[in-house]
Design a protein around this ligand. Structure first.
Ligand SMILES: Nc1ncnc2c1ncn2[C@@H]1O[C@H](COP(=O)(O)OP(=O)(O)O)[C@@H](O)[C@H]1O
Ligand SMILES: Nc1ccn([C@@H]2O[C@H](COP(=O)(O)OP(=O)(O)O)[C@@H](O)[C@H]2O)c(=O)n1
Ligand SMILES: [Mg+2]
Length: 204
C-alpha cells in the first residue's frame, strides 16, 4: 500500500513492474465518458479511473491541496499535472488490475507531457523500451448544446455543473484538450465515437 511519503521514483519503480496498459478516454464535459466507461468495464475487464473523480476525492479528504483543487474546479481550470498524476499512479498501484481506462486525462499538453515523463521513468528499467503512448484514445465527440443539456440535468451535486462554469469548461476543452486529441490523431491512435446517440446506442 502506498504512503504519502512515497517518492516519484518509488512509485514509478513499482508501476513499471506492473507493465500497465492504458486507454485514454477523452471528450468534452458531459459527452458521456463516465457513463460509457462503466459499460466498457463490464465488457472488457478494464479498471475505470476518472481523473475528475480522483481529484474530487482528494479535495474531500481535506488534503493540503483541497482548497486549490476546489478553486481550480470551480473555475473550470486544469489542476497542475503533478497532483493529478500522483493520484492516478497511486490508484493504478492499488488496483489489482493492469488494464486501465483513464477518463478525463490528459486534458492539456502539460498533462500529456507529465504522463510521458512518468512512462519514460518506468521504461528506463527495461532494455526493450516500448513506445511512450497509450494503447489507443477514445474520443467521445458530442455537440456542445447536447453536452450542456446533459450536464444541467446531471444532478450529481457538483459545484462546477452550473452554466457559468460549464461555459468556462467548454472553452478550456476547445483551447487545451482538443489539441491533445489532435496530437494523438496525428499518431493514428484515436478512435472517434459518435457520443450524441442515446446511451445504449453509442457505438463502442
Ligand atoms: N448518450 C447519452 N444520452 C443522454 N444522456 C447521457 C448520455 N450519456 C450520458 N448521459 C447523461 O449525461 C450526463 C453526463 O454524463 P457523464 O457520463 O457524467 O459525462 P462526462 O463524464 O463526459 O462528463 C449524465 O447525467 C449521464 O447520465
Ligand atoms: N486531468 C484533469 C481532469 C479533471 N480536472 C478538473 O476536474 C474537473 C472535472 O473533471 P471531470 O472529468 O470530472 O468532468 P466531466 O468531463 O466528467 O464533466 C475539470 O473541469 C477540471 O477542473 C483536472 O484539473 N485535470
Ligand atoms: Mg465524468
Amino acid at each position: 500500500m502506498g504512503t504519502a511519503n512515497d517518492s516519484s521514483k518509488d512509485i514509478s519503480d513499482r508501476l513499471a513492474e506492473k507493465h500497465p496498459k492504458v486507454v485514454f478516454v477523452l471528450g468534452g464535459p458531459g459527452s458521456g465518458k463516465g457513463t460509457q466507461c462503466e459499460k466498457i468495464v463490464q465488457h472488457f475487464g478494464y479498471t475505470h479511473l476518472s481523473a475528475g473523480d480522483l481529484l474530487r476525492a482528494e479535495k474531500n479528504s481535506g488534503s493540503e491541496n483541497g482548497i486549490m483543487i476546489q478553486n481550480m474546479m470551480n473555475e473550470g481550470k486544469i489542476v497542475p499535472s503533478e497532483v493529478t498524476i500522483k493520484l492516478l499512479q497511486k490508484a493504478m498501484l492499488e488496483s489489482g488490475n493492469d488494464k486501465f481506462l483513464i477518463d478525463g486525462f490528459p486534458r492539456n499538453e502539460e498533462n500529456r507531457a507529465a504522463f510521458e515523463a512518468v512512462v519514460r521513468l518506468c521504461l528506463s528499467h527495461f532494455f526493450d523500451a516500448a513506445k511512450i503512448e497509450p494503447e489507443f484514445v477514445l474520443y467521445f465527440n458530442c455537440p456542445e448544446k447536447e453536452m450542456e443539456r446533459r450536464i444541467l440535468n446531471r444532478n450529481q451535486g457538483r459545484e462546477d455543473d452550473n452554466i457559468e462554469t460549464i461555459r468556462k469548461r467548454f472553452k478550456v476543452f476547445l483551447e487545451s484538450s482538443l489539441p491533445v486529441i489532435e496530437y494523438y490523431k496525428g499518431k493514428g491512435k484515436v478512435r472517434e465515437i459518435d457520443a450524441a446517440k442515446p446511451v445504449e446506442e453509442v457505438p463502442l
